[in-house]
Design a protein around this ligand. Structure first.
Ligand SMILES: NC(=O)C1=CN([C@@H]2O[C@H](COP(=O)(O)OP(=O)(O)OC[C@H]3O[C@@H](n4cnc5c(N)ncnc54)[C@H](O)[C@@H]3O)[C@@H](O)[C@H]2O)[C@H](O)CC1
Ligand SMILES: [K+]
Length: 501
């Protein structure tokens, strides 16, 4: 089991700036933090780029540039060949960055005078958490020239051009081989494409008291069991099957049964006590022949469904995988309003023309629904949010959850889980090969199993996304969705060990 030793909390750029100010006010000057930051960068440069013929430190106008001056001085003292290029004029520097510049006592050249050369290692200290708009043309130009020569880049805090809040590229960005960040990672380190641009990330504590940093980290965390393990029943494995809930999964017609079967099998492996595949009459035979541990029950129409819910025998449901988009699906969702339910795939698309109808169903109650849109489905249900280029994935997911009164699992390599009350998590344990046919059906089944066991919707969704990623890691490259299902129990074992810690 791979356990991360770093804290799961993230600081948005605004939170990091507020934490800096509070640290300064508490008697630890920002200049002191900057020195520690610069030393950490220099140490990382010497450790990982020992082959450098020259370190070229590119310094911007703010404190990111200040970190660069400190790093440059430290590298010089260590005997390295260093040159500094500066955006603008040194007289324009202020605050701690100005102090760092004065201490560096070095001539600085302009950005435009820098000609990248093989053997150069770039220390990118142009923009960090303070990037507030697209990078200017001279920086775009520099990024292009460095890329053309292929010089390795060590980024300070963030690769310049990556937005620390959204992970988006603002005009252009350095592709770093490594990034050294401070105190805590920012969302932009975890969200795509920022995560890719950062390369290998290391974290330097730089002397900010953890209590200050933690107090400011209010917006978002990494999806790590520490965020929700309290909601997981550790006794899960030992209890009676009826206590572990009964999950209903709705199958499509006779030629569309595979997806729901995948969901049902995943639900069983993920710990639901019982799983029933609710099948239209013409698909019952197909489903019954294919399933063993999963039960099959005929649900012919709305009346059957209402009676089933009324019997109190099912605890949660998954609808959408392979069901078929149409009025039938919408009526089933209506009949299941306010029940713990995962709406996936077709269940999302079915409401594309009338999203408000779906959102109204969940209004007023505590969130019981989990919606699991990928990029395309998200845009169908929340077209305005998807089109709004001024906000990133976190804000989109947050607003969507508020609007839908539901937990949103906004899928991707950087799946974001959002609750209507504003809680946000970014998942980072999913391997690239998880993006395979049927993978989403499996995720829906795991989430359904969690709901069936009585786990609240946000925690159920977050734990499902994490388990899905862990199972994917265990199944390994080249896996199929069936392999993924077979690896859920081992992932669950890991989760229960986490929960017992
Ligand atoms: N606790 C910590 O993590 C510490 C981090 N440090 C470093 O400080 C930077 C953040 O510093 P800040 O001055 O707030 O921001 P930047 O240096 O990233 O840039 C601000 C600077 O740039 C101008 N600007 C922003 N965007 C653009 C643009 N697109 N084009 C032109 N100019 C732009 C803006 O107006 C400012 O002048 C953090 O990343 C760390 O590296 C501290 O060293 C100490 C503690
Ligand atoms: K940078």
């Amino acid at each position: 089991m791979k356990m991360s030793l770093t804290d799961p909390f993230l600081l948005t750029p605004a939170e990091a700036a507020a934490a800096d100010r509070e640290t300064d006010a508490s008697g630890i000057p920002i200049f002191h933090l900057m020195q520690q930051a610069g030393f950490a960068v220099a140490a990382e440069a010497l450790r990982h780029f020992a082959q450098a013929e020259r370190f070229v430190v590119l310094c911007g106008p703010g404190n990111n540039g200040g970190d660069g001056f400190v790093a440059a001085s430290a590298l010089r003292r260590a005997g390295a060949n260093v040159s500094i290029h500066l955006a603008g004029r040194p007289e324009e520097l202020t605050g701690a960055a100005r102090l760092a510049w004065l201490e560096a006592q070095t001539p600085a050249q302009s950005f435009s005078s820098y000609q990248p050369h093989p053997g150069d290692v770039i220390i990118d200290a142009i923009f960090g958490a303070g990037l507030s708009r697209d990078v200017p043309p001279e920086v775009t130009d520099l990024i292009t020239r460095v890329r053309e020569v292929g010089c390795p880049v060590l980024a300070v805090d963030l690769p310049s051009g990556i937005d620390g809040l959204t992970g988006q590229v603002r005009g252009a960005a350095f592709q770093a081989q490594r990034t050294v960040t401070f105190v805590a990672r920012k969302p932009g380190h975890v969200l795509m494409p920022g995560r890719i641009y950062c390369g290998e990330i290391s974290l330097a504590p730089i002397g900010m008291p953890t209590r200050i940093a933690r107090r400011h980290a209010r917006t978002v965390s990494v999806n790590d069991p520490r965020a929700w393990k309290a909601a997981i029943n550790v006794q899960q494995g030992d209890t009676h099957k009826y206590k572990r809930g009964h999950l209903a999964v709705f199958s499509g017609g006779p030629s569309h049964t595979g997806a729901a079967r995948m969901t049902a099998s995943a639900g069983l492996c993920a710990g639901a006590g019982l799983v029933t595949l609710a099948s239209p009459p013409d698909a019952t035979l197909v489903n019954a022949c294919a399933m063993t541990a999963v039960m099959v029950r005929e649900i012919a129409d709305l009346q059957d469904l209402k009676m089933w819910w009324a019997s109190g025998k099912i605890s949660a449901a998954v609808i959408g995988p392979g069901f078929g988009v149409g009025e039938g699906l919408r009526s089933y969702v209506h009949a299941s309003a306010a029940r713990p339910m995962v709406l996936d795939a077709d269940a999302i698309t079915a409401f594309a023309e009338r999203p408000d109808e779906l959102f109204a169903l969940a209004a007023g109650s505590e969130p019981r629904q989990i919606l699991t849109p990928h990029e395309g489905e998200f845009a169908r249900l929340f077209p305005d949010l998807a089109a709004d280029k001024t906000i990133g994935k976190l804000e989109r997911a947050k607003r969507a959850a508020e609007r839908a009164h539901a937990v949103i699992v906004y899928k991707g390599a950087d799946t974001v889980i959002a609750a209507p009350d504003g809680r946000l998590l970014i998942n980072e344990n999913a391997p690239a090969w998880l993006a395979t046919a049927g993978s989403g059906d499996v995720l829906a089944g795991i989430a359904g199993a969690n709901l069936a066991q009585g786990i609240p919707a946000f925690e159920a969704a977050a734990a499902a996304v994490w388990l899905h990623g862990e199972a994917g890691n265990k199944a390994g490259v080249g896996m199929t969705a069936e392999d993924l299902i077979r690896h859920i129990p081992a992932a669950l074992e890991d989760l229960l060990s986490w929960c017992r810690l």
